[in-house]
Design a protein around this ligand. Sequence first.
Ligand code: C2E
Ligand code: CA
Ligand code: CA
Ligand code: CA
Length: 284
Amino acid sequence: AEVAEFAALKSTRGVDVYDPPSDPHRPERLSLMSELRAAIDADALELFFQPKLRLADGQVDAAEALIRWHRPGRGMVPPEMFITVAEETGNIGRLTRWVLAHGIAHAAELIHAGHSIRVSLNLSARDIGDPGLPDRVAELLHAHGVPASAIALEVTESAVIGEPEAALQVLRRLADTGIDMAIDDFGIGQTSFAYLRRLPVRELKIDKMFVQHLATDPTDRTIVRSLVELGHRLGYQVTAEGVEDAESMAFLASVGCDHAQGYHVGRPVDFAAFVARIGARDPG
Ligand code: C2E
Ligand code: CA
Ligand code: CA
Ligand code: CA
């Protein structure tokens, strides 16, 4: 699935698609990691922005920041691959600090340009084990003059299952700063709604696995309709990710889903292209 996007990136940006090594223990990984550390230090990473559309009125009022690494001579490395390597080699904290600093700086630019766009940033499962995270996020917001309401943080469903109380405390302290927390990839894991209710979460993002085939799959329509309804009854905002066609978007609007994100709304693009898009649609 994600290959499609990189194929698209290849055609739009003229870069080669990186071919991930199949054996996870190849020395290749070590060099990948040292190059990634160098890329972080040299600011050679980039955040792309994918619009989120509010289905009630068709406005783009939010965006998800997605990390991109163009590895010199090797093309675009899929984020899932280098994030996994960063997690396994103890470098995810470094990467997340880079994402937070740059994501919040971009949010500040949007605010100062007069846009009201909330920026969602992704956390890795390991990040919520870091008790220093909430203070670091608060300091960045303060330094850039960004209100907490302009940011959301996404944590995958699997990251929060069975987490110790310490990780739940990190989530609560983040939420206490006024940042909205979102559960990513919702529906594919084991989270019960009973457990979910203990988490300080405002938004559920229905995994694209259930969304991509809405136009043709009646079972997926039943699942998504139920997730939206149950989510709303429990007070969550609901986003569908992986919206790839107009039929799916119309279905989501008809069941009252709050936000749609996916190639049909817009592909992830670099910050300048994202600003050009929202500027054209919603001046000021
Ligand atoms: P995710 O958070 O679930 O992000 C959504 C992924 O789906 C993105 O892939 C996005 O480009 C892709 N996507 C968006 N719309 C569509 C669509 O309509 N159809 C299909 N098939 N795919 C769509 P991407 O950018 O390759 O990122 C993959 C994963 O890497 C993310 O999944 C997230 O788990 C992780 N990731 C990306 N950026 C960051 C980051 O800054 N920090 C961390 N910790 N993880 C990140
Ligand atoms: Ca996400
Ligand atoms: Ca997701
Ligand atoms: Ca995912």
